[in-house]
Ligand binder design. Structure first.
Ligand code: GLU
Length: 488
């Protein structure tokens, strides 16, 4: 066998979901590991949803994750086109080949006639199989049916006896009885190829060596193998990656936090974190190491190491991993990634100055342990970017708890205005001095002061928070509270 060639072959559904992204990732890793090619093919022959703009989010999602393809609809390649809707002539050519070899035949049965056959089989308690009434039609009989206005489908002749065994690289051997496979349809009455037919023609013509796809396609594989046999083509290797289930082992859905890649991105999940998490859905890098880059995974990945059992999706774990990436990537990079979220929220201007960027980085540096996604970062750090803050109910309660609070805040405010240096050490020293002078407990000052400065009861260290926030904004927040607590 030549160099590895794998493909990701999504239908253009308008979004790249967790399952698809993981399939793409395994294909990409396998190609990179063995120095092969990763091909993107769009399976858009289902006419009701063959809009090209539905593939843009899929391509954007793959690129964002770092899964660049070597050949595909946008960049072309030696065995294109890479959109099935542009390959219809090829399917026609290969169909003729099967028909003239007597391996496939036209079937003129109408949907009503087929429904009747099905009902009869059910009544007789038999599994339904197409009864092949069109297999031996003479040319005259065929013409007669065409004259009646019938439009035929094309079926593959599937022998009644024997088994087809899929040698799956993940699951081992899985056998299917040919007798149960039916003379399945290759081309529909509207002339469009079915998934199984187009897929085999393309995988063959594109030189695919390993078909790595979702487990739900395992039942299609024996049919595809029969097609390879009918054409006399060499078969690729097959690997069906296990399902991804919800924690309660039901079908994964939005309810469990599973989303399209574009939505994760909008939520502020980082691409390397998502890629890392997806790789763990069915594969492990090393028993002692959960965090790795795509490049590291590509040094070790082998499709034969993927688990047979279903993977369980856990949104909390994804966010936990994301939080770890947020904590550890270079601050500059974090700021670049977070910037659009803050711009959209109107907290950072569209064209921030160098000083504004420096401030932004300082805030993130102080706060990055306190949010799990970039969207959450906006919520968690918003008070650093406005003069007028929103006070949360628990902070408001804390401010109102003690009748002496306004007076105390006034004193701190005066003290802080007069500080020669604005750094956390000087701020702390001044506050501790006041605590000693008034003979109160640290919490008696720190808690209402935090509530006044941030509008919250929890956050990063208070003195560091004020140091980063700067004197003017800190005093503005305290002033705002004084106005609220003791309106003039
Ligand atoms: N278009 C199919 C899907 O989106 C591809 C299956 C395959 O990889 O063969 O599920």
């Amino acid at each position: 066998m030549g160099p590895v060639r794998v493909r990701f072959a999504p239908s253009p559904t308008g979004e790249l979901h967790v399952g698809g992204a993981r399939t793409a990732l395994f294909n990409w890793l396998f190609a990179r590991r063995f120095g092969g090619q990763f091909i993107l093919r769009i399976e858009d022959t289902d006419q009701t949803r063959s809009r090209e703009d539905l593939m843009t989010p899929i391509m954007d999602g793959l690129r964002w994750l770092g899964l660049q393809w070597d050949e595909g609809p946008d960049i072309g390649g030696p065995v294109g086109p890479y959109l099935q809707s542009r390959r219809l002539d090829l399917y026609r050519t290969y169909l003729r080949q099967l028909i003239s070899a007597g391996k496939a035949y036209y079937c003129y049965c109408t949907p009503d006639e087929l429904a009747e056959q099905r009902a009869n089989a059910r009544a007789a308690g038999q599994p339904y199989r197409y009864d092949r009434r069109c297999l031996y039609l003479t040319p005259e009989e065929q013409k007669h049916r065409l004259d009646e206005g019938r439009t035929p489908v094309v079926r593959l002749f599937v022998p009644d006896e024997g088994t087809v065994t899929v040698h799956d690289l993940i699951r081992g051997d899985v056998s299917f009885e040919k007798g149960l496979l039916d003379d399945f349809i290759l081309v529909k009455s509207d002339g469009m190829p079915t998934y199984n037919f187009a897929c085999v023609v393309d995988d063959h013509l594109m030189g695919i060596t390993h078909v790595i796809r979702a487990e739900e396609h395992l039942s299609n594989t024996p049919k595809q193998m029969l097609l390879y046999e009918a054409f006399g083509w060499e078969m690729p290797a097959f690997a069906h990656v296990p399902m991804i289930l919800a924690p309660d082992r039901t079908k994964l859905s939005k309810r469990h936090g599973a989303k399209g890649v574009g939505e994760y991105r909008q939520e502020g999940i980082l691409a390397p974190a998502l890629a890392n998490y997806l790789a763990l859905l069915g594969w492990s890098y090393d028993l002692s190491q959960e965090f790795f880059t795509l490049a590291q995974a590509a040094e070790r990945f082998d499709i034969t190491d993927v688990n047979k059992t279903a993977a369980i999706y856990n949104n909390d774990k994804l966010e936990w991993m994301n939080a770890a990436y947020i904590r550890t990537i270079p601050l500059e990079e974090l700021a670049e990634l977070a910037l659009p979220f803050f711009r959209d929220a109107g907290l950072v201007p569209p064209e921030p100055s160098e000083a504004e960027m420096a401030y932004f980085r300082n805030v993130l540096g102080l706060m990055r342990e306190r949010f799990r996604t970039l969207r959450e970062a906006v919520e968690t750090t918003g008070y650093f970017f406005v003069d007028e803050i929103t006070v949360q109910p628990d902070a408001e309660a804390r401010l109102k708890k003690d009748p002496g609070t306004p007076e105390l805040l006034k004193q701190v405010s005066t003290l802080l205005s007069a500080l020669p240096d604005w750094d956390s050490g000087s701020i702390e020293q001044a506050c501790r001095g006041l605590i000693a002078q008034l003979n109160i407990k640290s919490g008696d000052l720190i808690h209402p002061l935090r509530a006044a400065v941030t509008g919250r009861t929890v956050g990063a260290g208070l003195f560091e928070t004020m140091a980063v926030m700067g004197r003017n904004r800190t005093l503005a927040h305290i002033d705002q509270m004084l106005r609220v607590l003791a309106p003039q």
